[in-house]
Design a binder for this molecule. Structure first.
Ligand SMILES: CC(C)(COP(=O)([O-])OP(=O)([O-])OC[C@H]1O[C@@H](n2cnc3c(N)ncnc32)[C@H](O)[C@@H]1OP(=O)([O-])[O-])[C@@H](O)C(=O)NCCC(=O)NCCSC(=O)C[C@@](C)(O)CC(=O)[O-]
Length: 453
């Protein structure tokens, strides 16, 4: 019995700042962002959007486009690191919104929960749902990944921002991709990127040393949780590289093979915090696992990094990137980081590209290299199924991304600082954040959403 993804839908923020505009405003060479990191646009939520809204919209599309009968859905598992409440998971919001739209108690027997492990939470949810469906082949599960990758203004993460969600139906005998049984993991507890609760004294708030506009409305000593992470960019790259390399070679061990695994993969789908992360990180694995061992096992550690750099710049590696990685990068360049959704957007981008260019990939294997800060990598593979094209006929990924509304730098900053009060786009056929309760004492902070026809 095969198990995997039967249908995919998505909802990404449909307003964007061109990366060139940001580069000029921040005095960064545009070529560094465009040609060095592969960035074209950066998406961000409108006034009425948050992680619940993106997740609810992707899930609603999945249900409607695939005529799903909700009584058949046994699980809705969410991957997210943009939780809006420390107790009530995003899945609890999604259940109430779906019941609002599709009928009271329509999901009353469905198990729901959020998985948080930075960007890899969606892969954890998927693996869990796959195992569940393997044990219960007649049951169906849904994985939703939803996030807003928000970074501080002027930080090195700023140009990698993005927002949106994907929803995936997990079934037996899936139409899109069936996953093979080996899932390799590499874990190490590190502080490369995290979102701690920060204690702020009254004095620190008054001084506001970093001129953070967020402090303006704070008066008392407070424990705050900011959407923006604390991170060390270059160290996070090192952690990404170490975990994915270890997981990749564990995967080889699990498969008990000495063959060059990436050569057996038609496409490689990696977590992409920005478009070119995969190509910048994979050269090491490429060199280490090449059939003719580009790097000799006896190489001196000092020469090792230089050799990897050399390999990364070689014509052969460039060809490899164009063939196996580039299709996954296309959507990332136009969206930015989706955190938990990035790896699945890479899958959708690859398939949408092959769909649009009429390339048949049924029967080929795709390799996945997932990463989440903190840190964990998982490596696994799947085989594209014969019905993948009909299952994705409604996706229209690149047409949808082309309709995104461009905003200027001032609007971007005012959205980022939450000073913008009026939505940029008029919502239609979608969920929106209606209000956040401020008046009723035991409901302060409760968030209400509504469907706009
Ligand atoms: C990712 C970094 C660190 C990049 O940091 P950075 O300092 O902006 O860029 P860089 O110096 O690392 O690389 C710039 C590249 O542009 C090139 N360049 C320079 N100038 C030019 C030019 N004129 N023309 C053409 N190319 C140019 C330059 O040569 C270089 O390419 P390379 O040669 O190394 O391949 C930064 O954006 C950052 O801090 N981002 C936030 C953290 C992050 O994304 N980390 C990634 C790994 S961790 C992860 O993926 C998990 C995460 C973040 O998604 C969170 C989660 O799990 O929840």
């Amino acid at each position: 019995m095969k198990t995997g993804i039967d249908a995919i839908s998505f909802d990404v923020a449909n307003i964007h700042l061109p990366i060139k505009t940001l580069a000029v405003a921040r005095n960064i060479e545009p070529e560094k962002l465009e040609k060095g990191l592969g960035l074209i646009k950066m998406t961000l939520p409108d006034v009425h959007q948050d992680a619940v809204v993106f997740g609810a919209n992707a899930l609603t599309k999945l249900i409607i486009d695939n005529h799903l009968n909700l009584s058949e859905i046994s699980r809705i598992y969410i991957g997210t690191e943009s939780g809006i409440d420390s107790s009530k998971p995003i899945s609890s919001f999604l259940i109430s919104l779906m019941e609002q739209k599709f009928g009271e108690d329509s999901l009353a027997e469905c198990d729901v929960v959020d998985f948080t492990f930075a960007c890899i939470g969606g892969v954890d949810a998927l693996q869990n749902c796959i195992d569940f469906v393997k044990l219960n082949p007649n049951k169906k599960a849904i994985v939703v990944t939803t996030d807003f990758a928000k970074y501080d203004l002027n930080s090195t993460g700023e140009y990698t921002q993005g927002a949106g969600a994907l929803a995936m139906l997990v079934t037996s005998n899936p139409r899109i991709i069936a996953f093979n049984d080996h899932w390799a993991t590499s874990t190490k507890g590190v502080f490369d990127f995290f979102k701690p609760y920060r204690s702020l004294s009254k004095e620190a708030i008054t001084q506001n040393e970093n001129n953070d506009p967020w402090f303006d409305n704070l008066e008392a000593e407070i424990e705050i949780h900011k959407d923006q992470p604390v991170f060390d960019g270059q160290y996070s790259n090192q952690c990404y590289m170490d975990r994915t390399r270890n997981a990749y070679f564990s995967f080889k061990k699990l498969k008990n093979t000495s063959e060059t695994i990436y050569n057996t993969w038609n496409s490689i789908i990696m977590h992409l915090p920005y478009s070119f992360q995969g190509r910048r990180m994979l050269s090491e694995i490429y060199a280490l696992d090449s059939a003719d061992k580009i790097i000799s096992e006896n190489i001196e550690p000092a020469d090792y990094a230089n050799k990897i750099k050399e390999v990364g710049k070689s014509e052969e590696y460039r060809k490899f990137v164009t063939e196996k990685l580039q299709p996954a990068e296309l959507a990332s360049s136009l969206i930015g980081n989706l955190y938990t959704g990035s790896i699945f957007m890479g899958l959708l981008s690859t398939l949408a590209h092959y769909y649009d260019t009429k390339k048949e990939v049924a029967g080929t294997k795709f390799g996945f290299l997932a990463y989440g800060s903190g840190s964990k990598s998982k490596v696994f593979e799947g085989t594209i199924q014969p019905e993948w094209q009909s299952a994705l006929a409604k996706a229209k990924l690149f047409e949808n991304l082309a309709e995104s509304t461009e905003i200027g730098f001032e609007t971007y900053e005012s959205l980022h600082k939450k000073e913008q009060k009026q939505s940029i786009r008029t919502p239609k056929n979608e969920w929106v954040l209606d209000r956040i309760e401020k008046e009723i004492p035991n409901l302060i902070g409760a968030r209400y959403y509504k469907w706009i026809e």
